[in-house]
Design a protein around this ligand. Structure first.
Ligand SMILES: [Zn+2]
Length: 118
């Protein structure tokens, strides 16, 4: 009996070894030169204006006024907007018509003009 148990142990050892080899073949080791994943930091596209924003219409906190660092490559955009920095407030960004870009305002003026002609 004792002999059998020993043999059993040897057999298990052998099986483990084989399994290890199989796994090695199946799961190729990671490339040595693989680049470590670095989270890309999002480029900041705005600055906090010296102007004071309005009060948030949700939580009442005075908001941060933000503006673009560089003019966006778009025709329709807001030149400034308010951002509520109150973390527990759902309303985070507030846009106002008066801060629409000139092209946007001009487009609306033309639309209105055409609408009045008809
Ligand atoms: Zn708020």
């Amino acid at each position: 009996m004792e002999y059998l148990i020993l043999e059993d142990k040897e057999r298990k050892k052998q099986l483990k070894k084989e399994l290890k080899e199989i796994n090695k073949r199946l799961h190729k080791p990671k490339r040595k030169n693989a680049k470590p994943q670095v989270k890309k930091e999002r480029k900041k596209r705005f600055i906090v204006s010296e102007e004071v924003g309005r009060e948030c219409n949700r939580c009442g906190m005075v908001m941060e006024r933000r503006e673009h660092i560089t003019k966006p490559n778009k025709t329709w955009y807001y030149t400034k907007w308010d951002y509520c920095s109150n973390g527990s407030c759902e309303k985070t960004v507030q846009h106002y018509d008066e801060f629409k870009s000139e092209d946007w305002k001009e487009g609306e003026r033309q639309e209105e003009f055409l609408a009045n002609i008809k």
